[in-house]
Design a protein. Structure first.
Length: 198
């Protein structure tokens, strides 16, 4: 079986953007629209079974459904536009970022023990430890989180460090092995274990 040397990110690109207020209001609007539809269904079923339905109740149910649906669509549009603008700004920040050469010095393995019923499951995440010089000082930073074992995937410890305008760092151009014959950088692995909060 061929070994695949890759980096599987634990977090998607989209997870970096969040708008709690719009998300909360979208949930409320969605519940409002859903509640209105339930009321409309109840009205229709009552009419179909020969029952008497108050016209005001039908009108109110219809209005709630329309208002909830319009609010949900508007908020979804605002969320998409905000997300698009966020990634546009991030792209500009990456383009204008200061680029340095860093060195991968180690790996940290995070093991989280999750207890469910009588069983314990382990959730494992991996990160590179990276050192670089900036402003005359040596700094250490942690890479993104990865799902796979990254301790033996690099053929070189060099990595590009991007210093963004907001002060955060990003890492690019990891030199990955392509075959078993490629040299392998031996990295010390630090294991951090913790129990998940119940």
């Amino acid at each position: 079986m061929k070994t695949e040397f890759t980096l599987k990110k634990a977090e998607s690109k989209d997870s970096k953007y969040s708008s709690p207020m719009i998300t909360m209001l979208s949930a409320v609007a969605g519940m409002l629209a859903f509640g209105g539809m339930i009321c409309l269904c109840a009205v229709l079923l009552t009419r179909m079974s020969g029952g008497d339905v108050n016209a005001k109740f039908f009108t109110a149910s219809f209005a709630v459904t329309i208002v909830g649906s319009v609010m949900f669509m508007l908020l979804s549009f605002l969320y998409r536009m905000g997300k698009k603008e966020y990634f546009k700004q991030r792209k500009e920040m990456y383009a204008s970022a200061r680029r340095l050469t860093g060195k991968v010095t180690g790996v940290t393995k995070y093991v989280r023990h999750v207890k469910y019923m009588k069983e314990t499951f382990d959730e494992t995440l991996w990160r590179f430890k990276i050192t670089y010089e900036y402003g005359g000082e040596e700094k250490t930073a942690m890479s993104d989180k990865y799902l796979n074992d990254i301790s033996k995937v690099l053929k070189s410890d060099k990595v590009s460090v991007l210093i963004l305008s907001d002060g955060t760092t990003a890492f690019r151009n990891y030199q990955l092995r392509s075959t078993e014959e490629d040299p392998c950088i031996q990295l010390e692995t630090e294991v951090i274990e913790q129990d998940a909060e119940v």
